[in-house]
Design a protein around this ligand. Sequence first.
Ligand SMILES: [Ca+2]
Ligand SMILES: [Ca+2]
Ligand SMILES: [Ca+2]
Length: 220
Amino acid sequence: MTANYTGDSIYAASSDTEDHTVNKNSSTTTITSVDPEPSRAYQSYTVYVTVSGSRGTPTGSVTIEDGDGENCIADLLNGEGACDLTSTIHGDKILTATYSSDGTYAASSDTQDHTVEETPNRDGYEEDGTCAQAKLISPEEQQMRNILPEGESDWVMFILSEPGNVTLETSGPNGDTVMYLYESDCTTQIEQDDDDGADSFSLITRGGLEAGTYYVEIIS
Ligand SMILES: [Ca+2]
Ligand SMILES: [Ca+2]
Ligand SMILES: [Ca+2]
């Protein structure tokens, strides 16, 4: 900041300079809720945040961390935001929401307790709940899986190096599956089966498949 005196017929011109810092307005970040509370490992939960300013409404985004390396970013609209976070490690978490300064408002943060419960019945092939997460199965290979709890879905992929026939089968001590066979686009269904296997398990026998990649979804 500079003050200049231009001088007159008696006094010479002079000036003075003084440092002046324009402080950023303060901001207050608050985690308003977490849904669901508690959540389960590998299940996403939504974290809601607000950021208020000493005057006006801060803009920008808030990063929310679960303390175990997972995070999500909530973009602010009218000082509010939310994002979906997925914790892979169960336990008691301290969520940290950090608002980074937008140039006008200073940074601020908040913490909130959140419990992530263990997800039972996971098998060694999870996460495989989408076609993109499908795990490879080789000819003659058996994979030990859980299709639990109800609504769980496991995706498997296999590759035919030449045209051929396939048999796909589920079995187990107890349970009830439904199986879907898809083309390489993950969406064009070739066949589905509910109970053609033993008990309520599934069996698909299909001839004349061309060489290529195929996907199978198994649900309970
Ligand atoms: Ca599974
Ligand atoms: Ca699964
Ligand atoms: Ca069935």
